[in-house]
Design a protein around this ligand. Structure first.
Ligand SMILES: Cc1ncc(COP(=O)(O)O)c(C=O)c1O
Length: 444
């Protein structure tokens, strides 16, 4: 992210002067010059407090996998709310027992031990603890451009400069280049690079004392980092190196699990590898807070605890999660993510012909990034134009996200329930927004 893309302090303070936001801390990131207040959601649409309806192609940061207000999730919640709404992890509850069985059954063979929390951050914290106990090592590898959460440790393993802002990040972390082919950190070109970025992991490991690295944290596709999508061979090269050195792979599937990528329930399996630990959160409970760490029994057993989470394994979240998984499976939403994702990718790529700001369209399933540049040759990031386009989309009735190293990538992560009409409608609004940006800024 460049300084130009960040709101100035004056803008932030001005944005806080309205009665609505007077008591929020200025550090809270909101979208748009005037933050949106959403009052209801229905399928792939949300409505704000002025009664305006928006097509929601960001889904609460990739959370509303089955859309807003799904009737099955609502019915499950209504039923559960009359029974018990909280137990803590000190006690079991029926929904969480059932969900644990369900997830163990859906996970790759052997990955049958789970722990439930509330957020992706918590899941990634526990994953690191498990890796340390299992390997007896204390250091970690992490990828440039990554995002793993907002606790001290997970900010530490996040390689995205804009989010490494706590003032003193933890030690014991070695960063390696990410598979950002559009801006290859090694200056190479795929496929002649032979996945050199993955091979730098071995160099990094060798530069550390022997047997010091416990695990690599890797988002299957980097979401906040700008939908950075590794080539098909990437994870098999990575895993082969890690295995040789006894290093675990922590697959951060906070954004990519549950069919979003249009293939397996865990996106990393689409790359043909089996991680050692999977963390997930976001979409699992259809909008209610939940996270899960999934691993093999031997790794789980290496950490006898005690471990606890007051709100972990919440019965409402667990019921919502089972209902969400029912909908994903019954309605074959991973298949729909593939069909609609392919259509969106094709449409957005076709728009490159008439919209010079588009530098690259990338992604998989319904996790798509459109990186905007001022000049396709120099690839100078069009950060201000991206902010303009995201705002113009909102004005046109479409919510999309934003991310990337330079905050110049439009993030498209809608519910997996979208139809061809939604794809067409969204692309029309994005096209209009780009045309407005082209008039406003000078595109090469
Ligand atoms: C890949 C990834 N990991 C972890 C997190 C942190 O999740 P949470 O915000 O639920 O703590 C996020 C959040 O965006 C994420 O995208």
């Amino acid at each position: 992210m460049t300084a130009a893309s960040q709101r100035t302090l004056a803008q932030v303070i001005a944005g806080r002067s309205s009665a609505k936001t007077a008591h929020f801390m200025p550090c809270q990131r909101t979208y748009y010059p005037e933050p949106l207040t959403l009052v209801s959601g229905d399928g792939v649409y949300v409505t704000d407090d002025a009664g305006r309806r928006y097509l929601d192609f960001f889904a609460g940061i990739a959370v509303l996998i089955i859309g807003h207000g799904n009737p099955k999730v609502r019915a499950a919640l209504h039923e559960q709310v009359d029974k018990i709404v909280h137990t803590s992890t000190l006690y079991l509850n029926e929904p969480v027992i059932s969900l644990a069985d369900r997830i163990a059954g859906l996970s790759p063979a052997g990955m049958d031990s789970v722990f439930f929390g509330n957020s992706g951050t918590e899941a990634n914290e526990l994953a690191g603890v498990l890796a340390r106990h299992f390997t007896g090592r204390k250091d970690f590898l992490a990828l440039a451009g990554s995002y793993h959460g907002r606790s001290v440790w997970t900010v530490g393993v996040s390689g995205l400069a804009a989010w490494r802002n706590f003032g003193a990040e933890p030690a014991n972390i070695v960063f390696v280049p990410n598979a950002y082919c559009y801006r290859c950190p090694l200056g190479l070109t795929y496929p002649s690079c032979e996945i050199a970025c993955a091979r730098t992991i071995e160099t990094a490991v060798k530069s550390q004392p022997p047997d010091s690295i416990a695990a690599l944290y890797a988002e299957t596709i980097q979401g906040v980092g700008g939908i950075v999508t590794p080539p098909p061979e990437y994870y098999s090269v990575v895993k082969e190196i890690l295995d040789r050195y006894g290093i675990l792979l922590i697959a951060d599937e906070v954004q990519t699990a549950w069919g979003r990528l249009g293939g397996h329930l865990f996106g990393v399996n689409d790359w043909g590898v089996m991680p050692d630990i999977v963390t997930s959160a976001k979409g699992l409970a259809g909008g209610l807070p939940i996270s899960v760490v999934i691993t093999r029994r031997e790794i789980a057993d290496s950490y006898p605890g005690p471990h606890i989470n007051t709100f972990g394994g919440n019965p409402l979240s667990a019921r919502a999660a089972e209902a969400t998984l029912d909908v994903i499976q019954e309605e074959r939403l991973a298949d729909n993510a593939k069909t609609m994702g392919d259509a969106l990718l094709a449409e957005l790529k076709a728009m490159m012909g008439s919209h010079p700001f588009i530098g690259e369209v990338r992604g998989r399933g319904l996790m798509i990034g459109v990186e905007l540049v001022e000049d396709r040759v120099t690839k100078r990031p069009a950060t201000r134009a991206t902010e303009f386009v995201v705002n113009a989309c909102k004005e046109g009735g479409l919510l999309v996200g934003r991310g990337g190293q330079f905050n110049n990538t439009i993030r498209i992560q809608p519910p997996l329930t979208i139809t061809a009409d939604h794809v067409k409608h969204a692309c029309g609004i994005i096209g209009d927004a780009l045309r407005q940006a082209e008039r406003e800024f000078v595109a090469a």
